[in-house]
Design a protein around this ligand. Structure first.
Ligand code: DAH
Length: 345
């Protein structure tokens, strides 16, 4: 082994290394090359093992060549490393690029549930006549739900409302929104124009037209000279606003808290009055109960029946919603089935 052949080995090692480094195409292979050439057990070290066999004066010369070769390989590794790093970075940036011109994914819009939507439609009409929305409690007392509405304990008319009681003595789940009338009268002075939407509860076997929870909207007007004609005129406007220009009629009815009491009918919204299964072939549909507020009820409300008269009405929201949207079964309203609800978008 002499200086010439050893330095020739070193130079050819450099040439091979530079060529392989230039050809490498990923950072992992580059690192492998670094280990292969410059590592402790690498090729350069292997060549340098021959140094011991050289005459002492040649050793520094070979050392200098080895240093050059080592530096050259290191330099090439650094340059290629930087290139590869830039390539990887560029690829990553390209793959992460956001195309801000892509159309967005559509987000489905929600909509009002048909019950609040119908309550809104009802309050809208009466609002135009100056009616203001109030709310009463869902847990009522027997006094307000029944007694002050002219139904003392054991009054047979209580059978009209199958009642759900709660564990608080003297309290129940309101069976209708009518007790709200009493709460308005006790806190407001005439002239009164009140609308009371709300959830009601009854001990009912559930079927297509009965629920144990359901909604009503109650109306109350109290003023001097309020008459049955005012009631009929107002309800006509209401029926026309919701169901178009149809005939309406009052039928005699009975409620303990109104005298006289009526049922308010609209010409069948399905057949137009000819007679069909929806109106039991009568041509008419009852949409609410109403009447002149009983003087006793006014008195309970702290209002002088000699000076003031009032009318009241109460309607089932599900029934109105059924007619507006041709829904055949009120159970749909509380099932939260999207196939049903999506139809109201
Ligand atoms: N509260 C009655 C019911 O639940 C409906 C009703 C009838 C309300 C006549 C009234 C009314 O205000 O005057 O069936």
């Amino acid at each position: 082994m002499d200086f010439e052949s050893l330095s020739a080995d070193l130079r050819s090692l450099q040439a091979r290394a530079l060529k392989e480094i230039a050809e490498v195409s990923d950072p992992a292979s580059l690192e492998a090359l670094q280990i292969q050439y410059l590592g402790k057990k690498g090729d350069l070290t292997a060549v340098l093992r021959g140094i011991g066999a050289l005459p002492a004066e040649d050793r520094p010369r070979v050392g200098a060549v080895a240093n050059e070769v080592g530096e050259a390989v290191k330099g090439a590794l650094a340059v290629r490393g930087a290139e590869l790093h830039a390539q990887v970075q560029a690829l990553r940036l390209a793959s992460e690029k956001v195309d801000v011109t892509l159309p967005g994914r559509p987000v489905g819009r929600g909509t009002l549930h048909p019950i609040p939507e119908t309550i809104a439609a009802i309050t809208e009409v009466f609002g135009q006549f100056g009616f203001v929305v109030y709310e009463g409690p869902e847990v009522e007392d027997d006094l307000t739900n029944f007694q002050m509405l002219n139904m003392p304990p054991d009054h047979p008319a209580r059978d009209l409302w199958d009642t759900l009681y709660v564990d608080i003595p003297g309290h129940l789940l309101r069976t209708h929104t009518s007790p709200g009338q009493m709460r308005v009268m006790q806190t407001t002075r005439p002239p009164i124009r009140a609308l009371l939407p709300g959830r009601c509860f009854r001990y009912e076997a559930v079927d297509a037209s009965h629920g144990f929870e359901f909604f009503q909207v109650e109306g109350l007007m109290v003023d001097e000279g309020t008459s049955m004609a005012d009631l009929k005129g107002l309800l006509d406007e209401f029926a026309h606003a919701l169901f178009g220009p149809r005939k309406t009629r009052f039928r005699p009815g009975y409620y303990p808290f109104t005298e006289p009491s009526v049922a308010f009918d609209v010409e069948c919204v399905v057949c137009g009055g000819v007679g069909c299964p929806a109106c039991s072939k009568s041509g008419w549909m009852t949409i609410l109960g109403a009447g002149m507020v009983h003087p006793v009820v006014l008195q309970y409300g702290g209002i002088d029946p000699e000076r003031y008269q009032g009318f009241a009405f109460g309607m089932g929201v599900e029934r109105i919603a059924n007619l507006r949207h041709a829904v055949p079964d009120l159970r749909y309203y509380l099932e939260n089935d999207l196939r049903f609800l999506d139809q109201f978008r």
